[in-house]
Design a protein around this ligand. Structure first.
Ligand SMILES: Cc1cc2nc3c(=O)[nH]c(=O)nc-3n(C[C@H](O)[C@H](O)[C@H](O)COP(=O)(O)OP(=O)(O)OC[C@H]3O[C@@H](n4cnc5c(N)ncnc54)[C@H](O)[C@@H]3O)c2cc1C
Ligand code: HEM
Length: 389
């Protein structure tokens, strides 16, 4: 519990912390990886390079200064963090590590301004936030463990089948090695995957590209030319090989209701859209399924979506857009004019793809009058504002 004096000290020093956020985070991660190398594999090193993730963690601590008066709002804002943490199996005993290194980085960067009283105030704030995250994460771990087919920690799965979906995307069907049932996920959620590459653990997130079925999960992975995990999955793993999974998580899920849906994706961003479309159609909703790909060769799940459209001719309209070639409904890019011609009245819109794609979608949908609370998206990397394209 922070004292009123500590709250005043935090308010007085928060602007200095905000001004030096980048320097603090640049110091924090190397310090933590040096002191506690055991946590390094949890962090995607490519996200470290582009700066998005480092700023996110320290930025969230700073944002909490303004949020802590409203616990309900704080829980809502922290939902994305909790999802990322849960799908990586973050544990309570790792919080003091982050706290110690964050405080050390703040001390190094702000120097004499960090008196013992200021340090104690920020440590208190960190502990309060850590306590809240630990509580929210434990709730999710316990809830998932208690579901039929759920588990805690990692569970080993076997690749039961693979399928090349496009020139660069391959699906992997994963069945539990123990032969038990598999807990349901919510369509649109992702799962934490733990691979072992050259003897080292490597963690990544992958959206579940099929609806829950009690028997297996499916992920669909784009091979990144220099990517560590995706190249390993594509080039070194096949049917019979095993990997570990952490609990599914994520908040890009269908809001209840019967409004029509616009599900728009660019490239591999299609993966969460497939189960959402299936689920929505089964519930009797109308779906506009808009997918943008580079060309025919890079257009994944074409047959799957066509079969779904044949099953639901009245309620599913599938529209393809390719940047080049002549194998799509539209050639070029999704623009406002195309969206205007497809967008049903009162639609709820979900979109996932590269940052530029999502920024353009968000802007065009806003201009077409879709309010913020009906525009849903997710980054396949650290979350960041869409206007930062
Ligand atoms: C919620 C969520 C859902 C996701 N769903 C999916 C999905 O369904 N399908 C899917 O394919 N992916 C998905 N991803 C992305 C996935 O988690 C991985 O990030 C992706 O597979 C790349 O991982 P990698 O190890 O192959 O590449 P990494 O090794 O992480 O590299 C990523 C990119 O960064 C570049 N890079 C690597 N190191 C450096 C460096 N030092 N400097 C500069 N550039 C560098 C690489 O060339 C590569 O292009 C999702 C991510 C999230 C967060
Ligand atoms: C109060 C403490 C913490 C805060 C405020 C915090 C905040 C965040 C935020 C904002 C993100 C990014 C979420 C997103 O991209 O949507 C994140 C991701 C992450 N956090 Fe935390 N976190 C905390 C503690 C921890 C701890 C203790 C660990 C474990 C060592 C941890 C490990 C991670 C990892 C591995 C990621 C994903 C990184 C990646 O994309 O490579 N965090 N956290």
């Amino acid at each position: 519990m922070l004292t009123p004096e500590q709250e005043d000290l935090i308010a007085a020093t928060a602007p200095a912390v905000a001004d030096h956020l980048d320097t603090i985070t640049q110091r924090f991660y190397p310090l933590m990886f040096e002191r506690y190398p055991q946590v390094k594999p949890l962090f995607n090193q490519a996200h470290q390079q582009d700066g998005g993730q480092p700023r996110a963690l320290a930025g969230a601590v700073l944002a909490y200064v303004g949020l802590r008066q409203d616990p309900q709002q704080a829980r809502g804002v922290l939902a994305t963090v909790v999802s990322k943490h849960v799908s990586l199996g973050i544990q309570p005993d790792q919080y003091p590590i982050v706290g110690e290194c964050l405080m050390a980085a703040i001390g190094e960067v702000l120097g004499e301004a960090v008196t013992p009283e200021v340090a104690a105030a920020w440590s208190g704030l960190y502990e309060e936030l850590a306590g809240l995250l630990i509580e929210l994460e434990e709730y999710r771990y316990r809830e998932f463990e208690q579901r039929p087919g759920g588990w805690r920690g990692t569970r080993r799965f076997r690749i039961a089948d693979t399928r090349q979906e496009s020139a660069v995307i391959r699906s992997f069907v994963l069945e539990p090695e123990d032969g038990g049932p598999v807990a349901d996920h919510q369509p649109g959620q992702f799962i934490g995957v733990k691979l072992t590459i050259d003897g080292e653990p490597v963690y990544r997130h992958y959206s579940l590209s099929d609806v829950p079925n009690g028997r297996h999960y499916r992920i669909s992975v784009k091979r990144e030319p220099q990517g560590r995990a995706s190249r390993h999955l594509h080039d070194a793993m096949s049917v019979g090989d095993t990997l570990e999974l952490l609990p599914p998580a994520g908040d890009l899920t269908l809001a209840d209701g019967d409004e029509p849906l616009l599900l728009a994706s660019g490239g591999v961003g299609q993966t969460p859209m497939l189960p959402m479309a299936r689920h929505a159609l089964a519930a009797g909703r109308r779906v506009i399924y808009l997918h943008a790909a580079l060309d025919g060769e890079h257009h994944a799940f074409r047959d799957e979506v066509a079969a779904l459209a044949a099953e639901h001719p009245q309620r599913l309209r599938a529209v393809s857009v390719h940047e080049r070639g002549d194998a799509a409904d539209h050639i070029g890019r999704i623009d406002r004019k195309l969206l205007a011609s497809l967008l049903p009245e009162d639609a709820r819109c979900y979109f996932v793809g590269p940052q530029g794609f999502m920024t353009a979608m968000d802007q065009a949908l806003a201009e077409l009058g879709v309010p913020g609370e009906r525009r849903h998206y997710e980054h396949f990397g650290p979350s960041r504002p869409l206007d930062a394209a």
